[in-house]
Design a protein around this ligand. Structure first.
Ligand SMILES: *[C@@H]1O[C@H](CO)[C@@H](O)[C@H](O)[C@H]1NC(C)=O
Ligand SMILES: *[C@@H]1O[C@H](CO)[C@@H](O)[C@H](O)[C@H]1NC(C)=O
Ligand SMILES: *[C@@H]1O[C@H](CO)[C@@H](O)[C@H](O)[C@H]1NC(C)=O
Length: 176
């Protein structure tokens, strides 16, 4: 290859990355707009019976503190995003599964599921080769709904609160 091509190819690669990032950030922005405090309160608390909980796997309770700890362990940002994406895709499906189609939160959760599906399309790199091993083990466990994993009863609003807090940690810098 002639050296003259190199800056050009670099330029194309950067443009490609930026386009991908912009698409990702558009989806994140849409998620932010759908996951405001008011909407979480209304759809995940007021429309549910008092103290209603959803059963999730232990690993699906992914809090800000988990991310802080994993960052201290130098886990890559890609791994963290893959973890957040797979955990919350599963969590949303579990909330959706307890709703009838006429439930006032049904469509809300459906919209969120669709946005997560779009986001997953941007993350082809979420595979065993690219994700840090210890995180991949958790991702795999979440995706296969490992029967051996212990279950936890969690308020649906708390699950989405976790989703939003972690989303802010992972995307506020790159998508501002
Ligand atoms: C809901 O949970 C709270 C805190 O655990 C408890 O004080 C309250 O009695 C519960 N309400 C109902 C209706 O079960
Ligand atoms: C999150 O942190 C809790 C303890 O705070 C831990 O038990 C759990 O395994 C962690 N989850 C993940 C996915 O790292
Ligand atoms: C993480 O990286 C920092 C800086 O490179 C290093 O000082 C630290 O020891 C690493 N921590 C772990 C748990 O590997």
């Amino acid at each position: 290859m002639q050296w003259g091509y190199v800056p050009f190819l670099y330029f194309v690669a950067v443009l490609g990355l930026e386009a991908a990032m912009q698409k990702e950030c558009r989806i994140i922005k849409a998620l932010q707009n759908k996951l405001t405090y008011q909407q979480r309160l209304q759809y995940m608390k007021h429309y549910f019976p008092i103290n209603y909980t959803v059963n999730v796997q232990f690993e699906e309770v992914l809090r800000a503190s988990n991310i802080t700890r994993l960052r201290d362990e130098n886990v890559s940002e890609l791994s963290l995003r893959c973890l957040w994406l797979s955990v919350n895709s599963q969590v949303l499906l579990k909330i959706w599964a307890v709703l009838l189609e006429k439930h006032p939160s049904w469509e809300y959760i459906q919209d969120l599921c669709l946005l997560f599906e779009q986001l997953a399309e941007e993350y082809e790199d979420c595979n065993q080769g690219k994700v840090d091993t210890n995180v991949w083990d958790v991702v795999e466990q979440v995706l296969t709904s490992d029967a051996g994993s212990s279950q936890k009863a969690v308020y649906p609003k708390v699950l989405l609160d976790n989703c939003v807090k972690v989303m802010r940690m992972l995307y506020s810098e790159s998508c501002e």
